[in-house]
Design a protein around this ligand. Structure first.
Ligand code: SF4
Ligand code: SF4
Length: 458
């Protein structure tokens, strides 16, 4: 048996309270389709989509309703049958406001999409599809990285003769506190995930696969190991238990832990011959290729002690946060914060009509007491130069110097301190004994720089 301290990991990081107990035993349930859905036209890295429908158009489930010509982009689809009610600005979890297509769903849902893990078993044959057909189906299915960043998967998998992909790392870490939807997918949809991995191997022309799962999920490790053993093929697949530590699920941290290599600052994994896919993305690839089902639904965790019925749900993309919370029995008056995502990297939601995107794996409700070490009750004090934020930063940058520069509007200085290398994991804010919101300053600094360079709307 491997001892915890011998398990592979990355330098730095923190150990926040896991809080998985609220939902880890909740199987994924079908979520009833709400009356309206708002499909944001920009939910991925790259060019946002342009609408391909007009107000009052009838749409059917799976229909492409927005797309862009750019290579780095992904189309969006109608999750169910309905009528386009509006094409207008809607609340966006990251950008504040962005264009969205609002669909009024039909009263009787002939095309209400159900999950279909039973369609995948040990005999799944990925060689039925050519490499090119798989890549096309992934593009047409609007598949993007569902673990957070939302990079279009078709682009990620593109073979590059100059830097062939040597290894594919599958991310089953789910290191954010509270979130368990990927854990449930690994338990309930393990064959579908393996089918998606096999298809991704063909698309990327890379057959050496390591599935990284944190050692606080022994049941998932067992389920995925059993599935890859049953589905043996030409791929070389292996489950690698990694040490439970936040942010072990960060792409660069997982590569460092498993492959011992560093992705250059500002670079992406394919530049060093590695491709990283999240387990939910693999499941979506399987559905897009084998069932021609585009990415219109995803598993979402709704969790926290102030919600009546926490759980995991299979939800149409575009569902409002408020509809999900209401379905879970509503929140009580102890709720102090509603977060899209987890408490470390998620975005606080002020507008309950904010729609879920393809990357929204969770809604987390926190009480005042649960908010990181009760920071509401603690005053921010001056930096005591303890250096803890430097010790825990997985990007190995200097959070306090960057935050200080942003605070004093010295954005060029912040950039010299490699502000762009920060991937907003929140470890520095979490550990700071002076309660300085270092990540908040850095996020603000990055937005200001992007605006100055006219990469973002004012
Ligand atoms: S500076 Fe960025 S990457 Fe480093 S700990 Fe803080 S949030 Fe994480
Ligand atoms: S952890 Fe907080 S108090 Fe310590 S050096 Fe960093 S900013 Fe200063």
């Amino acid at each position: 048996m491997i001892k915890t301290k011998d398990k592979v990991t990355f330098p730095a990081g923190v150990h926040p309270q896991e809080n998985k107990h609220f939902t880890e035993d909740c199987p994924i349930e079908q979520f009833p389709t709400p009356k309206t859905l708002s499909i944001l036209l920009g939910q991925h890295i790259g060019a946002p989509c342009k609408p391909l429908v007009a107000k009052r158009d009838k749409v059917v489930a799976g229909q492409v309703i927005g797309d862009a010509d750019a290579f780095v982009s992904a189309p969006v689809h109608a999750p169910v049958d309905g009528t386009v009610k509006d094409i207008a600005l809607a609340s966006h979890p990251v950008l504040g406001r962005a264009m969205a297509i609002t669909i009024e769903t039909d009263a009787e849902f002939a095309n209400h999409k159900q999950p279909c893990p039973e369609k995948f078993d040990k005999d799944f044959n990925a060689t039925k599809w050519s490499e090119g057909d798989i890549r096309d189906a992934i593009r047409q299915g609007g598949i993007i990285g569902m673990g957070g960043a939302g990079f279009p998967t078709r682009v990620k998998l593109e073979p590059n003769p100059q830097t062939p992909k040597e290894i594919m790392i599958i991310n089953g870490c789910e290191c954010e506190p509270f979130i368990t939807c990927d854990y449930r997918l690994m338990l309930e949809w393990s064959y579908q995930i393996v089918a998606g991995i096999k298809l991704a191997c063909r698309a990327a022309e890379c057959y050496d696969v390591k599935i990284g799962i944190e050692d606080n999920k022994p049941e998932a490790i067992k389920a995925m190991a059993a599935a890859i053993e049953a589905c043996s093929g030409t791929e070389k697949m292996e489950v690698v238990p990694v040490r439970t530590k936040y942010p072990q699920g960060g792409e660069k941290q997982l590569i460092k832990a498993i492959w011992k290599k560093d992705v250059p600052v500002g670079g992406i994994p394919p530049m060093i011959g590695v491709v990283v896919l999240n387990v939910a993305t693999c499941a979506a690839i399987a559905e897009a290729v084998a069932c021609a089902n585009p990415l219109t639904h995803r598993a979402v965790t709704v969790s926290g002690s102030s919600i009546a019925k926490p759980g995991n749900f299979y939800v149409p993309i575009g569902t409002a946060v408020g509809d999900l919370v209401e379905h879970c029995g509503g929140m009580n008056d102890k709720t102090a914060k509603v977060i899209m995502g987890g408490p470390m990297m998620g975005f606080a939601i002020a507008d309950m009509s904010t729609p879920l995107t393809k990357t929204s794996g969770a809604i987390t409700l926190l009480t005042k007491e649960e908010i990181t070490r009760a920071k509401y009750d603690r005053r921010q004090t001056p930096c005591i130069r303890c250096g803890r934020c430097l010790d825990v930063c997985p990007a190995h940058i200097n959070p306090t110097k960057i935050a200080h520069a942003v605070k004093h509007d010295l954005l060029d200085v912040a950039e010299q301190y490699h502000m762009a290398a920060c991937f907003e994991c929140g470890c520095c804010s979490y550990i700071c004994p002076a309660n300085i919101e270092l990540t908040g300053y850095i996020k603000t600094g990055k937005i200001l720089v992007a605006r100055a360079k006219k990469r973002m709307p004012q």
